[in-house]
Design a protein. Structure first.
Length: 509
């Protein structure tokens, strides 16, 4: 292996999905996996196969469609987990099982209730069994950040002998500081020599996940685990875009013996990946989030604006184009644009994998939008395509919506929905228009939804901007699903989002 190549292990679909409220359905996970492949991620942790039949199916489908990234499943160090992981990733062109057990005194004593010797035996058994499914096995010392070095070395030696090729050292609770991570990684790299790749997995509880990851790279870690937008359990994981762009922007700093630390990531796909993950999970990066936040390249102060206009590098250390943001979100097409120009635009926006059927549907939606909105921007087109891709499941299809609401009156809605080839129409009143619309949909479908979250955002600026609605709904008291709706009319977008959440719920059943 090229000794200065940093492997990017993306766990957006596993640790990222453990972010509160970030559960995704299979179609959504596949969309993200395909985007991760476009990014050129080395390893995609597609999920935790033993967690649920839905997780297993999602991993198996991702294993089937992804060609150029290694597909991995997480597994606890127990036979049933490893078997599920091995079977789920079986079809992948390149695969990996990632098995783990906790190694810190506090976890071994209170959580596992196992002695260190028992932990080593379990780890060796797990790795040995995992190797019967795949050649590539990663072993994680959960809570390595709070584990004792002598024990870490002992268990690491044992699992390497059993066949583990990557040793991952998670700072599971985000406790460590960069110098401590540097020292831990250095000692483990020296200990392992070239028998295994040392990997890092840093949580962000103290806001140090990226700094710790970079310190680990300096100490010799050659795989880093991270997520898009820094999603993940609690305060999240190291944000991939921050790690990758730091290595790219500060090549000078990270050079060793004149060799530059590099990743395989196609940074021009970062912005699309970030938008897709934010849209699917409904978790928007904070506006001032490094690299992908709304304000990351915005200059408010006159002095800064003046400087950037005179010479970009006065106040910008990276270019927006580096992460795939087109300069000035240019006005693109109009109502006279044809299908060929539309397809051409999609290609330049990175949607080159779209089939003819998807193109036709998107083109019709684009034409309808042209009649209502003056300037169609790249972000509008991007959202139309994303919305289509996320709403493939159409068990119930919203046909029309009619509202009556006036100050002091009783809001009511008439909704028509297509189900099983028939159009069903019904009406209801509510405490507000949103309430009336959602109640009517419940009446038509017979499913009772509890609205847990409702977000409205505009895709671009302007009074005529497209509204993007995300609803998180729990149907029949079960785990919530997320629905997406896009329309120039906010209430229509809301109705679509609610129906989309229901379709997502039904597709998981
Ligand atoms: O944070 C952690 O320790 C993990 C392991 C399962 C790798 O996510
Ligand atoms: Zn984690």
């Amino acid at each position: 292996m090229d000794n200065n190549k940093i492997l990017i292990f993306d766990t957006t679909l596993r640790d990222g999905e453990q972010s509160p409220g970030a559960s995704m359905n299979i179609a959504e996970k596949i969309q993200i996996a395909l985007q991760l492949e476009k990014l050129n991620v080395d390893i995609i942790e597609a999920g935790f196969a033993a967690a649920s039949p839905g997780d297993f199916d999602a991993i198996a489908k991702i294993a089937d469609v992804v060609n150029n990234s290694r597909v991995c499943s997480l597994a606890r160090a127990v036979d049933s987990d490893i078997k599920a992981a091995g079977e789920a990733i079986q079809k992948a062109k390149m695969n990996r099982i990632h098995t783990f057990i906790a190694t810190s005194p506090i976890h071994m004593e209170y959580k596992l209730k196992m002695t260190p010797d028992e932990v080593i035996k379990r780890a060796v058994k797990a790795v040995t069994y995992a190797r019967t499914f795949v050649d590539d096995v990663e072993f994680s010392l959960e809570d390595a950040g709070r584990s004792e070095m002598s024990f870490m070395k002992e268990i690491t030696q044992a699992v390497i002998e059993a066949g583990a090729k990557t040793i991952n050292l998670p700072d599971t609770v985000g406790y460590r500081l960069p110098t401590e991570i540097y020292n831990m990684v250095k000692e483990m790299v020296d200990f392992c020599e070239d028998k295994a790749i040392i990997s890092l997995h840093n949580h962000n509880d103290l806001g140090l996940a990226v700094a710790n990851t970079l310190a680990g790279i300096q100490a010799g870690a050659r795989q880093v685990e991270c997520t898009i937008n820094g999603l993940g359990e609690r305060a999240g994981n190291a944000a991939m875009e921050e790690v990758v762009m730091t290595l790219k922007t500060r090549k000078d700093f990270f050079a060793k013996n004149d060799k530059i630390f590099d990743t395989n990531i196609n940074t021009k796909e970062i912005y699309t990946a970030s938008r897709l993950v934010a849209t699917i999970t409904g978790i928007e990066p904070q506006p001032n989030k490094a690299i992908v936040g709304k304000n990351a390249f915005a200059h408010e102060s006159g002095i800064h604006q003046d400087g950037v206009l005179k010479h970009q590098e006065t106040y910008e250390i990276m270019k927006p184009e580096d992460i795939g943001i087109e300069q000035n979100n240019s006005i693109v097409l109009g109502k006279h644009s044809g299908r060929a120009a539309f397809r051409d635009k999609l290609n330049t926006l990175g949607f080159d994998d779209i089939n003819d059927k998807e193109l036709n549907i998107a083109f019709d939606r684009f034409k309808i939008l042209c009649d209502k909105k003056k300037d169609i921007l790249d972000d509008d087109i991007r959202m139309i395509i994303t919305d289509e891709k996320l709403n493939v499941e159409k068990i119930y299809e919203l046909i029309s919506l009619q509202l009556s609401d006036f100050s002091g009156g009783i809001p009511s809605a008439v909704v028509s929905i297509k189900y099983d080839g028939k159009v069903i129409v019904d009406a209801a009143i509510g405490n507000g228009t949103v309430d009336a619309v959602f109640k009517t949909i419940d009446r038509i479908t017979g499913f009772n939804g509890k609205l847990l979250e409702y977000q409205v955002n505009s895709v671009t600026e302007g009074k005529d901007a497209l509204a993007k609605v995300i609803c998180k709904v729990s149907f029949e008291g079960e785990l919530p699903t997320i629905g997406h709706g896009l329309n120039i009319d906010t209430m229509l977008a809301s109705a679509r989002a609610y129906v989309s959440a229901l379709n997502s719920y039904l597709s998981l059943k």
